[in-house]
Ligand binder design. Structure first.
Ligand SMILES: Nc1ncnc2c1ncn2[C@@H]1O[C@H](COP(=O)(O)OP(=O)(O)O)[C@@H](O)[C@H]1O
Ligand SMILES: [Mg+2]
Length: 277
């Protein structure tokens, strides 16, 4: 993703996102994606006729059981997978142009850190590949580590950190290039419940500071409801959108909200929206 030097300057502040807080950020129109099944020659319909509109600055979750096409949809938005048919546009541009302009930040389930680089140098990596000036890199690394609560751990190495801390480094690294869109694929699913819930709360705080549009993939319904403005329910065989549930819980949210009746009702609503599971 960061394998190419470019003259594209990243945003130096977050304000640019605040300027235009409304409007279609990502439009997915009638997208279908199929893969040939190499084992038996049949076609796997990973996604069928997906329509989705994501507005600027929103926090959206894609939720569904394993194999329903969540990663495939995220990859298509990131220009890492081409739709078989249909179209995706991001701020009116095609995803490839958006990718080349370095507007995406991506966080995967496993943070893929470089063991031989310190935390600071891991966070710095994409900015180095972009050829950004050292002064800017140093400032950004400090700012991002502060944002994810790891300011005192910059000189540590990944193996010296817990899984939750490693994932925070992955988030800091993705945010360091000031992406306008943050794509997160099950970033906390390998973590224990306590760490995950803490990171969920922290992620909302980071999001409220950065105003980045977030597309978050999870198979955890409660996590999706807690975080999101909108939960997109994907059902399998073939992968398709079976419901879009608006989450109108007040913000800022803390974990206490999970004890509220409205929260339980929204979880039940999402759960009942799955088809054919
Ligand atoms: N590169 C690929 N080649 C063949 N099949 C794939 C490929 N990527 C995904 N699939 C298939 O597409 C379906 C959806 O996969 P995926 O998007 O990874 O689902 P999820 O992330 O919801 O678990 C699955 O049946 C998976 O096996
Ligand atoms: Mg997946």
């Amino acid at each position: 993703m960061f394998g190419r030097k470019t003259a594209v300057e990243p945003r130096m502040t977050w304000e640019k996102n605040n300027e235009a807080a409304v409007g279609a950020e990502i439009k997915v129109e009638n997208v279908s994606i199929s893969f040939p099944n190499t084992a038996n020659g049949e076609i796997i319909e990973a996604l069928r006729n997906v329509d989705l509109t994501i507005e600027r600055g929103q926090f959206i979750s894609l939720v569904g059981p394993s194999g329903c096409g969540k990663t495939t949809l995220l990859r298509a938005i990131a220009d890492l997978q081409q739709p078989t048919s249909g179209e995706i546009s991001v701020r009116g541009q095609n995803p490839r142009d958006v990718r080349l302009q370095k507007k995406y930040g991506i966080v995967f389930q496993s943070p893929v850190l470089y063991d031989w680089r310190s935390v600071r140098r891991n966070v710095c990596m994409p900015m180095e590949l972009m050829g950004l000036p050292k002064k800017h890199r140093t400032k950004m690394v400090t700012e991002m580590l502060d944002l994810v609560g790891l300011l005192d751990f910059g000189s540590k190495y990944p193996k010296e950190l817990s899984g939750g801390m490693q994932q925070r480094v992955g988030i800091a690294r993705a945010l360091a290039i000031r992406p306008e869109i943050l794509l997160m694929d099950e970033p906390f699913s390998a973590l224990d419940e306590f760490t995950k819930e803490k990171l969920n709360e922290d992620l909302l705080e980071i999001w409220s500071k950065t105003k980045t549009t977030i597309v978050f993939v999870t198979h955890n319904i409660s996590e999706a409801v807690f975080l999101s403005d909108k939960v997109v329910v994907l059902s399998p065989h073939p992968g398709r959108v079976s419901a879009v549930v608006d989450i109108d819980l007040p913000r800022p949210r803390t974990l206490d909200i999970k004890n509220e009746a409205e929260f339980g009702a929204l979880v039940a609503k999402v759960r009942s929206s799955f088809e054919g599971v």
